[in-house]
Design a protein around this ligand. Structure first.
Ligand code: ARG
Length: 459
């Protein structure tokens, strides 16, 4: 019989029990549930709500239960409705009436709100750590490719020369913002809901500040209805994770393109590729494709949460039990994606010559050619037009800006001198883009040093 047997004449129908139960997915919060209960028991004794000796027994037994679940000697009973009921029932089984005193001045409503906040705070810290590892990997690869010239693209058309380091460092910027967002969400999660009780607080003289300090929260919630029914922090985290997945999906998409024979900019290690069951020549970037594909399910989780919350009257409603599977799925998915992406990036081979070859064709130094004329005093729009005509001539005559003879250049504009060849060399095009945020090796190096300092600081 459940805890509410006094009010009920029959036990719950077994299928309904399964439907109602959340233990299969909320048992992963056992540690937070027990730590929350320990802090609560200590507070009850400090306030004289229960005897100190009983609180000591409760704390002692809860610690044992925590230890036993962690080492596998106590199996979580999947017949229990949820992890909160399981821990309380286990405590009561062991301590009798003493165990029954724990739930004074508390409800499962503020308990689940507490557990989830504690759990997601921990998960956020893990996620930040993983993102930092991913950033370090991108930095390592960038350092090896400071001078690796490749085409930069817009519209997937070759546009201007950049370096592979510059390209990878763009992802570092995205991931730094991801960490920033996670930190902001963490701060909003860091508010203790315990003490809101079922919805309207309690008549007992509880000390919420004490529990806040015990559990390492920064603040306490200021409205009991909101305390039990706010899931903004879950939605924020799911939204942050969706943005992270969008970034992972973009780099995956590029990896997939770069592996193709059409690009051949990189080669993935065999350990991070798969073959085909029928085509012997194939080496497929399945892992990158899966990361891209899994982005969809994470977006789905976010929509699940937003939709689940949108019509719920205050305060707690059982709909909210649906929050956990969605957010846990997002967390598990993003974690495994980052964990797989890191070694895949670490082991990929960068085919520098192919990148350079791709940058050497396609007139991606045309802007630099126009800038050359501008430096000789020609207005940019005029220079743009002249170079457009030169490019058109080159295409018709199957040549490049690098190979075009000086007398031909002179036919288009007399300002051209032999130093044009130096000005449009790919290396120069890159080194000369030396403004903050540009691809020049010195700019990229200095950003790498800044990011290393950021990683070593408190984030
Ligand atoms: N398993 C529930 C959940 O995840 C815990 C809270 C239940 N509270 C209640 N009054 N039914 O939301």
């Amino acid at each position: 019989m459940p805890l509410w047997e006094g009010r009920f004449k029959k036990s719950i129908d077994s299928k309904t029990n399964d439907f109602n139960s959340s233990i299969s997915f909320d048992s992963r919060m056992y540690k937070q549930d027990i730590l929350g209960s320990i802090a609560h028991a200590k507070m009850l004794a400090k306030q004289g709500i229960i005897e100190q000796i009983e609180a000591d027994k409760i704390v002692n037994e809860l610690n044992k239960i925590l230890e036993e679940i962690s080492n596998g000697s106590l199996k979580i009973d999947l017949e229990a409705e949820d992890i909160h009921m399981f821990v309380e029932a286990e405590l009561t089984k062991r301590l009798g009436d003493t165990g029954k005193r724990l739930h004074t001045a508390r409800s499962r409503n503020d308990q689940v709100a507490l557990d989830l906040r504690m759990n997601l705070k921990d998960e956020t810290n893990i996620l930040v750590k993983l993102l930092k590892e991913l950033i370090s990997t991108l930095i390592e690869k960038s350092e090896e490719n400071i001078n690796t010239v490749m085409p930069g693209y817009t519209h997937l058309q070759r546009a201007q020369p950049i370096t592979f380091a510059h390209h990878l460092m763009a992802y570092v910027e995205m991931l730094l913002r991801d960490i920033d967002r996670l930190k902001a969400t963490y701060n909003r999660m860091n508010v203790l809901p315990l003490g809101s009780c079922a919805l309207a607080g309690t008549t007992y003289n509880i000390d919420r500040d004490f529990v806040k300090k015990e559990l390492g929260f920064y603040d306490i919630s200021q409205n009991s209805l909101d305390g039990v029914s706010d899931r903004d922090f879950v939605i924020e985290l799911a939204s942050n994770i969706s943005i992270i997945m969008m970034h992972l999906s973009r780099i995956s998409e590029e990896i997939i393109l770069w592996c193709s024979w059409e690009f051949k900019f990189i080669e993935l290690d065999d350990a991070f590729s798969t073959g085909s069951s029928i085509m012997p020549q194939k080496k497929n970037p399945d892992i990158a494709e899966l990361i891209r594909g899994k982005t969809g399910r994470v977006y789905g989780d976010l929509i699940t949460l937003l939709t689940m919350m949108k019509g719920i009257p205050l305060a707690y409603n059982k709909d909210m039990q649906e929050d956990k599977e969605a957010i846990f799925d997002s967390i598990d998915t993003v974690k495994i994606c980052i964990e797989t992406l890191i070694p895949m990036l670490k082991t990929m081979k960068v085919l520098k010559q192919n990148m350079k070859n791709a940058a050497s064709k396609g007139y991606i130094n045309a802007t630099d050619c126009a800038d050359y004329l501008v430096k000789k005093g020609i207005p940019f729009r005029k220079a743009y037009k002249i170079v457009g005509q030169i490019v058109s001539y080159c295409i018709d005559n199957n040549t490049t800006l690098e190979d075009l003879q000086m007398e031909q250049y002179k036919k288009f504009d007399n300002n051209f001198e032999s130093d044009i060849y130096d000005a449009i060399s790919l290396e120069k095009c890159v080194t000369n883009r030396n403004t903050v945020g540009g691809p020049s090796p010195s700019q990229v190096k200095s950003r790498i040093e800044q990011v290393k300092r950021i990683l070593n600081s408190t984030i």
